[in-house]
Design a protein around this ligand. Sequence first.
Ligand SMILES: [Zn+2]
Length: 200
Amino acid sequence: MLQYPEPIAKLIDSYMKLPGIGEKTATRLAFFTLDMPQDDVDDFAQNLHDAKTKLHFCSICGNITDQDPCVICSDPTRDQSRILVVEQPKDIMALERMNEYHGLYHVLHGVLSPTTGKGPEDINIKSLLTRLQQHAEVKEVIIATNATPEGESTAMYLARLIKPAGIKVTRLAYGLAVGSDIEYADAMTLIKAVEGRQEM
Ligand SMILES: [Zn+2]
């Protein structure tokens, strides 16, 4: 059987590591890459490398960033009295795109999940509580975990922890269907969800 030369076989293997890419698509992408201009391929390789080596998590909010603190945490014009809690950095991008919310964020990097054994110490909760202790100017925590059973129970858990400190805890008003993710919501749905948030 004819084998591909090693460099292209390796490239096919690399593409197959991406989600949703099978051998057929990986082979097509590998041959497409061979046809790309050298400059584009060099940029591609460099971008892959930079994205992995230059980005890290903001030490304050957990957002993905190439500077620490991130641009949002280091922006004094943001409303320092509100922290909006999301599951993933991608959710911040979705909320920022609508340009309606001007407070701060906190990224949990997951949700509590009995099925996968994820407990409070496995997600970014402790740093949120430390933030609230250190910054008395925070008057409201808006919980924007997804409308899934895990997202709901994580919201309840956080509300129980935070409310005794006298901080208002609200939850996004989901016109979103149950089980839907923030990152896929359209801008109008998100604006309504933030505007219509309800106290927990
Ligand atoms: Zn930050």
